[in-house]
Write a protein that binds this ligand. Structure first.
Ligand code: 13P
Ligand code: SF4
Length: 333
């Protein structure tokens, strides 16, 4: 959680505009700083390729939370967005957690303000609250069990059939989970700007132009697109599938950063980013892409911006995340 005062202070110090000596090899410099400071870089698959390559660990939301909970490092530099860095801080409150850009938020998390979610919950007192990890720490504090796209089905199925469930904040993932589990839920009406921008019409045309190709999609996409997909899964599951499948051409309906790992792991296969409705690069998440190698370098060198959270918020938001990690461990996820 960052406030305007922190941002003002950083601006006054010139930190946000600080230029870097162009002759520096940033890969080498970041490696040096990591060792010097006992820091670990955790990166999501939606980061640009260079950041994924310099990271100590690249993963999906669940794997990153699991790493953040177990790391021995003194500093966690989170190459991702705010809710991910918050989760790392909640799980490792004694570590210094850095996020290279103050503004790396998430449209999905923002679509669910905690005060409105609290009312939604108060109107349904007999429901259990399951929240997708893509939400603020305040929303997590209102939650019984957190989930990610890797473990959401199993977490829902771990509850008795008659248990009523509130699911938030993603309506597309919620609808997909209802279909998969056969459970009706009270679903918060939020969504991710990146996964809602894909053009089904263009994707179908692209598939016809690439005979034998498969559409693979993240469950944050809309139902019509999921209905046309051969495989649906979290970023880690999409990556695994693209490697193990006999198919050699994939139309990938999720943030385009994942194509970097897909191409690395299957260099002989073809990966085509699913086209959005307009001509811009809208399947690049504008929040995730605020992070750059330059900002990572400055962030590690000056150890700012640091993410901090109130102790009481950490306490309340931790319980539903720990429940998720325990269920995931039990199920070997
Ligand atoms: P996963 O990492 O669980 O696939 O979720 C993707 C996402 O939306 C991260 O913002
Ligand atoms: Fe949020 Fe969507 Fe960006 Fe993920 S891809 S961080 S859900 S806006």
């Amino acid at each position: 959680m960052f406030n305007q005062e922190v941002e003002k202070e950083l601006k006054e110090k010139g930190f946000l505009e600080r230029e870097i000596d162009a002759s520096l090899d940033l890969f080498e410099e970041i490696e040096k700083l990591k060792k010097e400071k006992n820091a670990v870089i955790l990166a999501h698959y939606y980061q640009e390729g260079d950041i994924q390559d310099i990271a100590d660990f690249v993963g999906d939301s669940l794997a990153l939370a699991q790493k953040a909970a177990k790391t021995e490092a003194d500093i966690i530099l989170f190459a991702g967005v705010e809710f991910m860095a918050e989760t790392a801080k909640i799980l490792s409150p004694d570590k210094k957690v850095l996020l290279p850009d103050l503004k790396a938020g998430c449209s999905l998390a923002e679509s669910c303000p905690a005060d409105e979610f609290a009312k939604f919950k108060a109107d349904r007192p007999d429901h259990i609250v399951i929240s997708y990890v893509n939400c603020s720490a305040d929303v997590k504090a209102l939650t019984d069990i957190v989930c990610t796209s890797t473990n959401a089905v199993q977490i829902i199925e771990s509850l008795p059939k008659e248990q009523k469930i509130i699911f938030g904040p993603d309506r597309n993932l919620g609808a997909y989970l209802e279909k998969k589990t056969g459970r009706e839920m009270a679903i918060w009406d939020g969504s991710c700007m990146v996964h809602e921008i894909f053009s089904l019409e263009k994707i179908i045309t692209l598939k016809a132009q690439n005979p034998g190709s498969e559409i693979i999609a993240h469950p944050e996409c809309e139902a019509e697109l999921l209905d046309h997909s051969t495989f649906i899964g979290s970023t880690a599951a999409l990556l695994r599938y693209s490697k193990s499948s006999d198919c050699d051409t994939f139309i990938v309906a999720t943030e385009s950063g994942i194509l970097h790992q897909m191409a690395k792991e299957s260099p002989n296969k073809t990966f085509i980013p699913a086209p959005p409705t307009n001509t811009c690069a809208c399947n690049d998440c504008p929040h995730m892409r605020l992070n750059t190698l330059e900002k990572l370098y400055n962030c590690l060198k000056f150890e700012i911006p640091e993410l901090t959270l109130d102790e009481s918020l950490i306490e309340n938001a931790k319980k539903p995340i720990i429940k998720m990690l325990e269920i995931s461990e039990r199920l070997g996820l």
